[in-house]
Design a protein around this ligand. Structure first.
Ligand code: NDP
Ligand code: ZN
Length: 348
């Protein structure tokens, strides 16, 4: 199938229109017309090759919402016209222990990323959601629950699941004390989801500029990370801290905020971190952990959870040709929300 998207051709140049083919429908495949796609900071890291593994050309985008155009002969879950979604993965072996556990992101053979991945059958490079169409096997297609606003829900597919998964892993519930560091796409979803789980949520930011906004998302307070007195006053006050900072940094100053046995979960920076210090870990049996997106069943769970609790990402809608300006704004880090691309103006 012929389609069109926006691709990066190297790390220096802006994204530009790119005409390419989606694979012919296999028996287990769903072909989707993409209506909306969220703009994740990972898309920017990939376009600029921050992680060193980008293969060009790359069409980023892994917060995909659309409508089923066609289904393969073996597809049972979806029919033409259904509202569906695709997140950060499009395939895995589906037979190892991790896949059986619903943790396809940790597939022993490696999950196939929505973009910059390798198709398990043809070996072709996968291309993401900054495009008009996508073809995905049905096991990796999610159902958009009725009542969830199609234009706004795309960020749940990455920002939502990436923050929901660790909140579930570390048993956040009523009364849990949760901190969220970095109030962007992931951070603002972490606040909304943790608040809906009944947690007492504190936003942690470089300044207090986003305070009013995040209080309206359900945070009870905002702690400015450069304010040493305020940081000290919050010592031992958190059970779980979700750290979404997207750059190399030192996570040590956040450890004393944790109570005994508390956990700081790193989901932001992928790669090198500044040197750390074990003392605040030892003094309180505190932990630092990592977490990667979430499995397919859990991604469906967070879509359903958001529909049930009326949670929607805060979004700023853009057209496809505004993506390079959106990337520039994302770099500044001053939005407590997510850009979502409306694909309707993109013509094949
Ligand atoms: P955003 O750019 O939307 O938000 C990041 C936030 O971090 C900013 O809003 C800002 O918040 C803070 N920040 C930005 N720059 C700095 C800096 N130099 N120092 C300290 N804080 C900073 O990004 P996303 O939320 O989309 O993504 C965050 C990170 O998570 C990215 O690195 C992304 O690749 C990664 N990611 C990881 C996933 C996983 O599975 N683990 C999945 C998806 C994304 P404030 O102004 O409040 O300080
Ligand atoms: Zn993402």
């Amino acid at each position: 199938m012929k389609t069109v998207g926006y691709a990066a051709h190297d790390s220096e140049k802006p994204l530009e229109p790119y005409h390419f083919e989606r694979r012919a429908l296999r028996d287990e495949d769903v072909s989707i017309e993409i209506l909306y796609c969220g703009v994740c900071h990972s898309d920017l890291h990939t376009a600029e090759n921050d992680w060193g593994w980008t293969q060009y050309p790359v069409v980023p985008g892994h917060e995909i919402v659309g409508r089923v155009l066609e289904v393969g002969s073996g597809v049972t879950k979806y029919k033409v016209g259904d509202n569906v979604a695709v997140g950060c993965m499009v395939d895995s072996c589906l037979s190892c222990d991790q896949c059986h556990n619903g943790e396809e992101q940790f597939c022993r053979e490696g999950m196939v990323g929505t973009y910059s991945g390798q198709d398990r059958i043809s070996g072709e490079l996968t291309q993401g959601g900054y495009s008009k169409h996508i073809v995905v096997r049905e096991e990796f297609v999610l159902s958009v629950p009725e009542g969830l606003d199609l234009a706004k829900c795309a960020p749940i597919l990455c920002a939502g699941i990436t923050t929901y998964s660790p909140l579930r892993t570390w048993n956040v519930g009523p009364g849990s004390r949760v901190g969220v560091i970095g109030l962007g796409g992931l951070g603002h979803m972490a606040i909304k989801i943790a608040a809906a789980m009944g947690a007492h949520v504190t936003a942690i930011s470089r300044s207090d500029k986003k305070k009013q906004q995040v209080l309206s998302y359900g945070a009870k307070d905002l702690l400015v990370s450069s304010d040493e007195d305020a940081m000290q006053a919050h010592a031992n006050q958190f059970d779980v801290i979700i750290n979404t900072i997207p750059v190399k940094h030192d996570f040590t100053p956040y450890i004393p905020l944790l109570d005994i046995d508390g956990t700081q979960v790193l989901v932001g920076q992928v790669g090198e971190l500044e040197e750390t210090n074990s003392v605040p870990l030892l003094m309180g049996r505190r932990r630092v952990a990592g977490s990667l997106i979430g499995g397919i069943a859990q991604t469906q769970e967070i879509l359903d959870f958001c529909a049930l609790h009326n949670i929607l990402p805060e979004v700023e809608m853009i057209k496809m040709d505004q993506i390079n300006d959106a990337f520039d704004k994302l770099k500044q880090g001053d939005m407590a929300s997510r850009f979502v691309i409306d694909m309707s103006s993109l013509e094949v």
